[in-house]
Design a protein around this ligand. Structure first.
Ligand code: SF4
Length: 345
């Protein structure tokens, strides 16, 4: 394994991930760079189309923005009653305790908020206020820790956080969204697993991975440790041009999740984050891909293809609708695209 993380343009050049004369200063000023040693090992520097490199190595294309792109593409700010909380749906909140990550994904939908130049970590007073908000809103059944990547926090701080959430009777589910099990799997040790669970609460952890090569033996060891520790695992991926926008790669990724006992959950349509147009796949192409997955792989392996509606209106399932019609007469489309009539009272 390579020794240290890549965090600057000079590091990228030293690791041969970009050309010696690459002009990336303006990109680096705007968006953080971060590649862990584990990810570095997954990249083939001689492959100009490497799907892992594409996710993490910055390019000048990031300086090109389109009119429809937004700094807050999924509208977090419109639903943020205080620092660190996003309350978009009645029964759940996002708790964004940190805005740093072990890696910085070039397509990130919160790229304007994360990184050293981002929103930072909640102060003790802000965290107290956020926990107080959750405690006084009895409709909150689930707390989703995201950010940033919550697993950059030390096990001690995560345990403190879990203990505070455990004291709130109406919170039943705590969910973590994280890249750490894939990009820094050595952090998923017994101490971390214990820190993520609390008596009386159910912990879910959404593993963010976009290419089957990310599901390494080291990542699997961490998944096994979490499963043995009573944490339920679900997946989260983004459909990305040049990374996973073909049926073979998506099928291998979803099967890889299931083989690791991770239930496929979300396949996100890429958000309108600034400078990410080179990653976006058309919605019709995305629908064609998820439709093709249905015929090819087990029902266990099917993710929900979702779009976060810009402006903060929440997620919509945009997988191609298989059924149309009304007044009892419907047309159902099978996985090969053939249509069949169906009558219903
Ligand atoms: S780990 Fe998540 S929050 Fe961090 S840069 Fe990647 S997508 Fe964004």
């Amino acid at each position: 394994m390579n020794g240290s993380s890549v965090k600057s343009v000079a590091d990228l050049k030293a690791a041969r991930l970009v050309a010696p004369d690459a002009e990336l200063g303006a990109v680096a000023e705007k968006y953080a760079i971060g590649i862990t040693p584990v990810v570095l090992d997954l990249i083939d520097p001689d492959d100009p189309d490497d799907p892992i490199a594409r996710q993490f190595v910055p390019t000048a294309s990031e300086l090109t923005t389109t009119p429809e792109e937004r700094t807050d593409p999924i509208g977090d700010l419109a639903h943020s009653p205080m620092e660190g909380i996003v309350h978009r749906y009645p029964d759940r909140v996002l708790l964004k305790a940190v805005h740093v990550c072990p890696v910085y994904c070039r397509f990130c939908f919160r790229r304007e908020m994360v990184g050293p130049q981002g929103l930072g970590t909640l102060t003790a007073a802000e965290l107290d206020a956020a926990i107080g908000y959750i405690a006084t809103h009895r409709e909150i059944w689930e707390v989703i820790l995201t950010g940033g990547d919550p697993l950059v926090l030390s096990p001690r701080r995560l345990r403190d956080l879990m203990e505070r959430l455990a004291g709130i009777e109406h919170v039943k589910i705590v969910r973590f969204h994280t890249r750490v099990p894939v990009v820094e799997p050595e952090r998923i040790d017994d101490e971390m697993v214990a820190a993520l669970t609390a008596s009386g609460k159910t912990t879910y952890l959404a593993v963010h991975a976009n290419h089957p090569r990310e599901l390494t033996a080291a990542a699997k060891a961490g998944f096994d440790r979490m499963l043995a520790g009573g944490i339920a695992l679900i997946s989260q991926s983004v459909l990305l041009k040049g990374v996973n926008d073909d049926v073979e790669t998506l099928a291998a990724l979803m099967r890889g999740f299931v083989e690791n006992r991770i239930r496929p959950y979300y396949l996100h349509h890429p958000d309108l984050a600034p400078g990410t147009g080179h990653f976006r796949v058309g919605i019709e192409e995305g629908q064609r891909l998820v439709q093709a997955l249905r015929g090819r792989i087990s029902g266990l392996c099917q993710p929900v293809y979702v779009l976060d509606i810009p402006g903060g209106y929440g997620k919509a399932d945009i997988g191609a609708a298989s059924i149309t019609g009304s007044d009892g007469c419907f047309t159902v489309r099978d996985w090969q695209g053939d249509q069949h009539e169906y009558w219903s009272e």
